[in-house]
Design a protein around this ligand. Structure first.
Ligand SMILES: Nc1ncnc2c1ncn2[C@@H]1O[C@H](COP(=O)(O)OP(=O)(O)OP(=O)(O)O)[C@@H](O)[C@H]1O
Ligand SMILES: [Mg+2]
Length: 248
């Protein structure tokens, strides 16, 4: 069964401009100004098509700016494509930017409840998993402090612990594991292996090739918003690692 399907997906962002002629002159030449704005849209994903099967673990690799986070945001439904279709079957649990989904003034414990409810669990169900989540995060002594006082590694710990214990069907992870310390990274790896055995679909974005080789069944390589390689991690990574770095 297909869990994620992209069909000819393109996504562009507006480019931010300085009004080179100044505000007044730009208004006086409004049609021309608008034309230049339109011209300068930035194509982050260009005609991207791929499928991810249920239970697959896929590593999304590519240089900075190649469109990996944009792809995850489209799967999560945070963004919609301008052209093409994104089809997702299953409950998505997104671990995107660090701290996204957390309220900075609420405590760690309150944020666990908030996230659980946002994922569709009842308050009682979340409370039932609270001890497990806290134990995994190893943040017992900080759980009653507001999140804004947490270090980035602590936020990553809490985010991963919550996601891992809320029975995700599709788990999206954007880089955040690399923020955790070595001990926690190892623990996350073990947890991901366990989650994999439960037929959860995992999409992992990371610049750590070793992680993709160790955990993923397949890799998808993005370059300048296009898929330029897909297949078993070793062969895709071998090509990616030898390619010149194209950042945009
Ligand atoms: N909100 C936005 N507005 C304008 N341009 C954006 C926006 N978000 C992303 N982009 C552009 O789209 C391109 C793809 O960005 P994206 O964040 O998907 O890359 P990435 O592969 O995740 O990179 P990295 O490895 O650095 O995280 C980049 O060139 C970026 O500048
Ligand atoms: Mg990114």
């Amino acid at each position: 069964m297909t869990a994620v399907r992209f069909e000819h997906v393109s996504k562009w962002y507006p480019r931010y401009h300085q009004l080179v002629r100044g505000f007044k002159a730009s208004l006086l030449h409004l049609p021309e100004t608008l034309r230049s704005f339109k011209r300068e849209q930035f194509l982050a994903l260009h005609d991207v098509s791929f499928q991810i099967q249920k239970g697959e673990t896929v590593g999304l690799v590519g240089a900075n700016g190649s469109g990996k986070s944009t792809t995850l945001a489209l799967i999560a439904g945070v963004l919609v494509p301008q052209t093409g279709r994104v089809e997702v079957k299953g409950r998505v649990c997104p671990l995107l930017e660090l701290g996204a989904g957390f309220h900075p003034d609420l405590t760690g414990r309150e944020n666990i409840v908030l996230n659980g409810i946002l994922q569709g669990l009842t308050r009682r169900e979340v409370l039932g998993r609270m001890d497990e989540i806290i134990a995994f995060s190893e943040l017992e002594y900080f759980l009653d402090q507001p999140i804004r006082t947490y270090s980035s590694g602590m936020i990553a710990r809490l985010g991963f612990s919550i996601a891992a214990h809320l029975d995700p069907e599709i788990l999206l992870i954007d880089e955040i594991l690399s923020v955790g310390d070595l001990h926690f990274q190892e623990k996350c790896r073990d947890k991901l292996r366990e989650i994999k055995t439960r037929q959860v679909t995992i999409v992992l974005v990371t610049h750590a090739s070793a992680e993709v080789r160790r955990l993923c069944d397949r890799a998808i390589w993005l370059q300048e918003g296009r898929v330029v390689g897909t297949g078993d991690p070793d062969s895709v990574l071998a090509r990616y690692e030898q390619s010149p770095c194209v950042v945009r």
